[in-house]
Design a protein around this ligand. Structure first.
Ligand SMILES: C[S@@+](CC[C@H](N)C(=O)[O-])C[C@H]1O[C@@H](n2cnc3c(N)ncnc32)[C@H](O)[C@@H]1O
Length: 268
C-alpha cells in the first residue's frame, strides 16, 4: 500500500503490553484499547492469559501459531506483522497485545507500528510492565545507583562489547544463548560455557550472579537463584530466564571532569 493521508481516518493499530503477571499489570488505558478494538491479536503463551483477554474482547486471535520448533523466528515475526497489518488495511481498529512491555526485546511490535505509520495509519505503543521492571522490584535493585546495561545474551557473545563491570550487566534470552539460527528455544550447556568463558575475562570465577524469573501468576514467587559465575554452564535455565550480573568493581571518579564541573559551579 502506498503512503496515503486518507488512511489516517481508517484502520489503526495499538500495540499494548499486558505486563508479566496475569490480570495484575494491565494499565487501564491498555484495557480500554483492548475492550474497544474490532480485533485483538495476542502474543501470549499461557492459555489462562488468552482466556482473560477473550473475556475483555471476544474478537481475538492468537499469534502463537506462527511459532514452531526449528522455524526461524524472523519468519514468524514477519508473518505476525503481515497478519496484523492486513486487518489494519481493512479499516479495523486493531490491538496487538504482548506480554510484558511490547517494546522491550520484541521486534514485531516495533515493526508493525513502523509499517503502519509509513502507510498512513494511526499507530502507537502503550507500555507495559516488563521483566526488567519486575526484576528491579523483586531483586531490590535501583539501576540509578550503579547503572545497568542490558543486552541480548547471544548478541553480547557475538559482538565485541565494552563491559562496564561497575554497573549491573543483565543478559536476556539466556535459555537459548548462542543460537544464531534463531529457530531454537533451548541451547545446551556448551553454549553457556562459552558465555561463561567470555565473562571470566571481566569477572572473577567466584563472582555471584543470579538467574531471575519473574512470576507470571499472582500466587507464584520469583526465582532468584544465586551461584558463582563458574557454575553458569551447569545451572538450570528456561527460555524465560534472565541472567543478572551485579557490579564487580567500584566506580572511579574522573578527577578531570570533577574539576571542570567544580569550575563551572564556581562561576555560576
Ligand atoms: C523476547 S523477550 C520478551 C521480553 C518482554 N517483552 C518483556 O517486556 O519483558 C524474552 C526474554 O525476556 C525475559 N523474560 C521473559 N519472561 C521472563 C520472566 N518471567 N522472568 C524473567 N525474565 C523473563 C527473558 O530474558 C526472555 O528470554
Amino acid at each position: 500500500m502506498s503512503v496515503n493521508s486518507q488512511n489516517s481516518n481508517k484502520g489503526s493499530l495499538v500495540c499494548v503490553g499486558l505486563g508479566m503477571i496475569l490480570g495484575s499489570h494491565l494499565a487501564p488505558l491498555s484495557r480500554n484499547f483492548i475492550e474497544q478494538a474490532d480485533v485483538v491479536f495476542m502474543s501470549v503463551t499461557d492459555p489462562l492469559t488468552e482466556k482473560w483477554i477473550q473475556k475483555m474482547n471476544p474478537n481475538c486471535q492468537s499469534l502463537q501459531k506462527f511459532y514452531s520448533d526449528g522455524k526461524d523466528r524472523r519468519t514468524s515475526y514477519q508473518q505476525m506483522v503481515d497478519t496484523v497489518l492486513r486487518e489494519v488495511e481493512l479499516g479495523k481498529q486493531v490491538v496487538a497485545a504482548f506480554y510484558g512491555h511490547p517494546g522491550v526485546f520484541a521486534w514485531a511490535p516495533h515493526k508493525m507500528i513502523e509499517v503502519a505509520k509509513k502507510n498512513g495509519y494511526h499507530s502507537h505503543m502503550e507500555p507495559g510492565i516488563s521483566a526488567e521492571d519486575c526484576l528491579y522490584a523483586d531483586m531490590a535493585i535501583d539501576p540509578g545507583i550503579n547503572g545497568a546495561v542490558h543486552a541480548e545474551a547471544s548478541q553480547f557473545m557475538l559482538y565485541e562489547r565494552k563491559v562496564d563491570t561497575t554497573a549491573y550487566l543483565i543478559l536476556w534470552q539466556l535459555g537459548f544463548v548462542g543460537d544464531l539460527s534463531m529457530s531454537k528455544y533451548q541451547t545446551d550447556s556448551h553454549y553457556r560455557l562459552l558465555l561463561q568463558q567470555l565473562l571470566v575475562h571481566y569477572y572473577s570465577t567466584d563472582h555471584l550472579v543470579a538467574i531471575y524469573e519473574s512470576p507470571t501468576i499472582p500466587t507464584e514467587t520469583a526465582r532468584i537463584e544465586w551461584f558463582p559465575l563458574e557454575q553458569l554452564s551447569q545451572v538450570h535455565v528456561e527460555h524465560f530466564s534472565t541472567l543478572v550480573i551485579p557490579p564487580f568493581s567500584s566506580k572511579k571518579i574522573d578527577v578531570d571532569m570533577l574539576n571542570k564541573i567544580n569550575q563551572l559551579s564556581k562561576n555560576s
